[in-house]
Write a protein that binds this ligand. Structure first.
Ligand SMILES: O=C(O)CCC(=O)C(=O)O
Ligand SMILES: [Fe+2]
Length: 313
């Protein structure tokens, strides 16, 4: 008789005083769904392992990203400035935020990444795989919350989904480095769900409800999952979007590279909380579209709690 091995779907990562949940996606679905919901409620953040995204797809995306950032500045600038898609350096957004990084922002619409260059092929394969992973996690969340299977995931699977891929490159900061130098300032991600994969160089920190900052140990085999503002609104604050930041890269000779997929709704999607999640509670946010939220987000500083504007008072 063959006995299936029991996979323990969770281990806790000791990280100063906080233990960030690491969830094994190959374990029993019902168990995993419950653990994900618990992690979303307690942290708005967790790591997933055995996620099914092929190593060669991740490695090719990483190699292509390094190749891009290694190019001379004028060549990088030739792709256009990040307004909204393209290359940016130090300036984040249009409201005066800055950080010790350079980045490339790419649209992920099914039609926009169709190209034959090596870079575009790496982007298409990566985006296709991480989009699938994001939808799988959103479906597990739906299962754990008792809402229809594709209630969240259909927004990210939609042909017009406004999902983004952001490649962040943090070169070592050797000049005037001090312990508090910021690589990417404090914020929550505006979209539904973020999947972040970084190389082995540290820097990411999350802030929990106690207001303290906790470093996240880099694990190139895992994806970090961040709950975004839209999921906070759609769950009527049962989940809270996690505030996070990146410290400047203090390692003497290695760059930090993160590849960040933001799963977003189509622009015209109306964001509301489903009745199953309201129970007897009143909705905390008025209905709004993703286009409206994005416009509001772009007009404000990175660190602002931008969802407050949509709160019913
Ligand atoms: O680069 C990172 O690790 C995080 C960056 C981030 O939070 C973002 O791009 O929204
Ligand atoms: Fe972020």
């Amino acid at each position: 008789m063959v006995v299936a091995t029991q996979v323990n779907p969770i281990r806790m990562e000791k990280n100063r005083e906080v233990e960030i949940p690491v969830i094994d996606l190959s374990a029993n679905r019902s168990k995993v769904a419950k653990l994900i919901v618990k992690a979303c409620e307690e942290y708005g953040f967790f790591l997933v392992i055995n996620h099914g995204v092929a190593h060669h797809i991740i490695n090719e995306m990483e190699d292509e990203s390094f190749e891009f950032f290694d190019k001379p500045l004028p060549e990088k600038e030739r792709v256009g400035s990040a307004n909204p898609f393209g290359y940016g350096s130090k300036n984040i957004g249009l409201s005066g935020d800055t950080g010790e990084l350079e980045y490339l922002l790419l649209q992920t619409n099914q039609n926009s990444v169709a190209n034959t260059s090596k870079f575009s092929c790496a982007v298409s394969s990566y985006v296709e795989s991480v989009r699938e992973l994001a939808c799988e996690i959103l479906e597990l969340i739906a299962k754990g919350l008792g809402v229809p299977h594709s209630f969240f995931s259909h927004l990210v699977r939609h042909f017009d989904s406004d999902s983004l891929l952001r490649l962040n490159h943090y070169p070592p900061v050797t000049h005037c480095f001090h312990r508090g130098t910021i690589g990417f300032g404090e914020h929550s991600d505006p979209q539904i769900l973020t999947l972040l994969r970084s190389n082995g160089v540290p820097g990411l920190q999350i802030s929990l409800r106690n207001g303290l900052w906790y470093p996240v140990s880099p694990d190139p085999h895992a994806f970090c999952v961040n709950i975004g503002d839209i999921l906070q609104a759609m769950t009527n604050e049962r989940f809270v979007s996690v505030r996070h930041r990146v410290m400047a890269n203090s390692s003497p000779n290695r760059s930090r590279l993160s590849m960040v997929f933001f799963g977003a709704p189509p622009p015209e999607a109306i964001i509301t909380c489903p009745p199953q999640l309201l129970e007897r509670n009143k909705p905390l946010y008025r209905a709004f579209t993703w286009a409206e939220y994005k416009l509001h987000t772009y007009a404000h500083r990175l660190g602002e709690t931008r969802l407050d504007h949509f709160k019913i008072t």
